[in-house]
Design a protein around this ligand. Structure first.
Ligand code: SAM
Ligand code: SF4
Length: 536
C-alpha cells in the first residue's frame, strides 16, 4: 500500500531503535500454560499441522483454525476471545492458512486502506474455478507491512493462497469484525467462497454460527447490532503472558462525523463490575500482573449492575486486586474524562501514569464539524487536570489531518496544540472518508497530497517534542516490565508505567515477565535506552 504516513507516525511509538524488532520477534516465546478459564499462550499452534504434506500441498487437518487480526487492540482482544470459543469446541490453532480447516479474518474498517486489506486476502483465497467472485486488487499482498501496536513494523511475505484452497479444498472461510458488519452479505457476492460473516456486535452468536457451519450450512451471518449483550467467553486464549486485555465496554454511542465505529460495533454496552472484578482476580491468580481495560470510550463505562460503579471506582477496585501491579485503560473520550480519574491515578500507584486522550484536532471549528462534543479550550481543561496531578502523567493522543474544510489556520492550531500539551506520543492519521458517515457529504475535501504534507509537518514537529521530552529523562530510574529479549546478547526491552519503550542491557539470564529498575542513559524520540540497576 505505498508509503502511508499514518503508519509512519504509529512508528513514532517505538521503533527506529536497533534491536526492538528483533527483541520481540526474536523467538522468545512465552510458556504454554492452561489456566482452564484462561489460556496464556505464545504459540498455541500445532506445528505438525503446518509441516505436513509435500511442498505446496499442505493438507488441512480437521478442526484446525487460522485467525488473522487487523486493527486495534479491541480487535486483538476480540480475536483472543474468538480463539477461545474455537478452542472450547476442540479446534486447534495453526499458524498459517495452509494447514487450517477454518480461516478467519478479524477485520478493521476504520480507514479505507485497512478495509481494502481484507479484500486482498480474500482475493488470494479465490478458488481457481470460481466464476462468480468480483475482481480483487491483490497488489501489496505479497509483502505485508504490519505495524505492531508497540510500533514495530513486521514485514512478512505472504504466499499466494490460491493453490492452498485448491489443494486443501473444503475450507471454511470467515470474515469477522468491522468489515463484516459494514459490508454484510455483500461479502458473499464479492467472494462467494466465504461462508461466515459476523460483526463484533454479534459475537455472542459465534458458537452457534460455527455449529451451523459444522452441521453443513453453507452460509451463516451474524449482523445484528441492536444488542445489549457483551461478548464474554468461558475461555480466552491470551497472546501476551503478562498483560491481559479485558473489554469493559463495547460499541460506541458517540457520533463523530468521520467514524464508522458506531455503525460497525453497535451501541455502547458495559459489562457488570462484579464480573469484571472476578475476571481480574482470576487473571491475577493465573499470574498476570498487568491488566488493560478496553473500550472505544472506556471511560464512558456505565455499570449495568445495582452497584453502579463509576469508571474511576472500577479503576481503583481493579488496582486493589491482590497480585495486580499495573492497570492500564484505553481509549478515553475527553467528554467523559474528569477529575475523579486523575484522583484515582494519584491515589493508586498501581494505575499506570499514562492517559491516551484523543483530541483529533486543535481547532474548535474542526472539532465542531467532527461532532467531538468539546472545544479546544474544554479539551485543554482536561489536560490541565492531569498536569496539576501530584504524580506526573504521560499524555498521548490521536489526531486526524485533512478533515474536510480544515484550513491552513485550523491546521496551525493543531500544531500549536502539540506545543501546548507536550504529548509523549501521537498517532496521526490522514482523514479517510468512510461509508455512511456524515463527513462523507461535507464540502471542501482536502487533496490527498495536501493531507500528506500536513501529516509530514505534524510528525516532524511531534518528533522534536518527543526528542526533547525524552532527553530530560536521562539519569532517571524507572520500573520496567520486561517483555522482550533481543537476539543480541544481554539486550532486553520492556515498558515503563508511562508506556515508554525501554531498551536496556543486563547480563541476567532470564528477565521476561520481571519488574526491574532501569536507569536511562540515553534517549531517542520513540524510546529510551538504559541499564538495569536492580530488581523490584
Ligand atoms: N474511540 C476513540 C476516540 O474517540 O478517540 C478512538 C477509536 S478509533 C478506532 C482510533 C482513531 O482512529 C481515532 O481516534 C481517530 O483518530 C482515527 N480515525 C477514526 N476514523 C477515522 C477516519 N475516518 N479517518 C482517519 N482517521 C480516523
Ligand atoms: Fe469513533 Fe468517536 Fe466513537 Fe471514538 S468516540 S469510536 S472516534 S465515534
Amino acid at each position: 500500500m505505498g508509503k502511508s504516513f499514518d503508519i509512519g507516525l504509529e512508528r513514532l511509538t517505538g521503533i527506529g531503535v536497533p534491536g526492538i524488532g528483533e527483541t520481540q520477534e526474536g523467538g522468545v516465546k512465552p510458556p504454554l500454560q492452561d489456566t482452564s478459564a484462561d489460556l496464556k499462550i505464545g504459540h498455541y499452534v500445532d506445528a505438525s499441522a503446518t509441516k505436513g504434506g509435500q511442498a505446496g500441498m499442505v493438507v488441512p487437518q480437521e478442526s484446525t483454525f487460522y485467525l488473522e487480526t487487523f486493527g486495534c487492540q479491541m480487535n486483538d482482544h476480540d480475536s483472543e476471545k474468538v480463539a477461545g470459543v474455537l478452542l472450547a469446541r476442540g479446534y486447534r490453532q495453526v499458524d498459517g492458512p495452509e494447514a487450517a480447516k477454518v480461516i478467519l479474518y478479524n477485520t478493521c474498517s476504520i480507514r479505507e486502506k485497512a478495509a481494502q486489506k481484507v479484500f486482498s486476502r480474500l482475493g488470494e483465497l479465490r478458488p481457481a474455478d470460481d466464476q462468480e467472485g468480483k475482481s480483487f486488487n491483490t497488489e501489496d499482498t505479497e509483502k505485508e507491512h504490519r505495524v505492531h501496536r508497540d510500533g514495530r513494523v513486521l514485514e512478512k511475505n505472504h504466499p499466494s493462497l490460491r493453490k492452498i484452497v485448491n489443494a486443501g479444498g473444503g475450507k471454511i472461510i470467515g470474515v469477522l469484525g468491522c468489515v463484516a458488519q459494514q459490508e454484510g452479505e455483500e461479502i458473499f457476492e464479492r467472494a462467494p467462497w466465504v461462508s461466515l460473516v459476523c460483526g463484533s456486535a454479534s459475537y455472542r452468536k459465534l458458537p452457534q454460527l460455527i455449529a451451523e457451519l459444522e452441521a453443513g450450512n453453507r452460509r451463516v451471518t451474524g449482523l445484528d447490532t441492536d444488542t445489549d449483550e457483551t461478548f464474554e467467553t468461558e475461555i480466552t486464549r491470551r497472546d501476551n503472558p503478562w498483560r491481559a486485555y479485558l473489554t469493559i465496554i463495547e460499541g460506541c454511542d458517540k457520533a463523530c462525523s468521520y467514524c464508522v465505529v458506531p455503525f460497525t460495533r453497535g451501541p455502547e454496552r458495559s459489562r457488570g463490575s462484579a464480573s469484571i472484578l472476578e475476571e481480574v482476580r482470576r487473571l491475577a491468580e493465573a499470574g498476570y500482573s498487568e491488566v488493560q481495560l478496553l473500550g472505544q470510550t472506556v471511560n464512558s463505562y456505565a455499570d449495568p449492575s445495582a452497584r453502579k460503579m463509576r469508571f474511576s471506582e472500577l479503576l481503583a477496585a481493579v488496582a486493589e486486586v491482590r497480585g495486580i501491579r499495573r492497570v492500564r485503560f484505553t481509549t478515553s473520550h475527553p467528554r467523559d474524562f474528569g477529575e475523579d480519574i486523575v484522583e484515582a491515578i494519584e491515589a493508586h500507584p498501581t494505575i499506570c501514569d499514562h492517559v491516551h486522550l484523543p483530541v483529533q484536532s486543535g481547532s474548535t471549528a474542526v472539532l465542531r464539524a467532527m461532532a467531538r462534543t468539546y472545544s479546544r479550550e474544554e479539551y485543554l481543561e482536561k489536560i490541565a487536570l492531569m498536569k496539576a496531578a501530584r504524580r506526573p502523567i504521560s499524555i498521548t493522543t490521536d489526531m486526524i489531518v485533512g478533515f474536510p474544510g480544515e484550513t491552513e489556520k485550523d491546521f496551525e492550531e493543531t500544531l500549536t496544540l502539540l506545543d501546548e500539551v507536550q504529548y509523549d506520543s501521537v498517532f496521526a492519521f490522514k482523514y479517510s472518508p468512510r461509508p455512511n458517515t456524515p463527513s462523507l457529504k461535507m464540502p471542501d475535501a482536502i487533496p490527498e497530497e495536501e493531507k500528506g504534507r500536513r501529516l509530514g509537518i505534524l510528525m516532524d514537529r511531534q518528533r522534536e517534542i518527543q526528542r526533547v521530552r525524552n532527553e530530560k529523562l536521562v539519569g532517571e530510574t524507572f520500573e520496567v516490565l520486561v517483555d522482550g529479549k533481543s537476539r543480541r546478547e544481554n539486550q532486553w526491552s520492556g515498558h515503563t508505567s508511562s508506556n515508554r519503550v525501554m531498551n536496556f542491557a543486563s547480563p541476567e539470564r532470564e528477565l521476561l515477565g520481571d519488574y526491574v529498575q532501569v536507569k536511562v542513559v540515553s534517549a531517542m524520540p520513540n524510546s529510551l535506552v538504559g541499564e538495569m540497576v536492580g530488581r523490584m
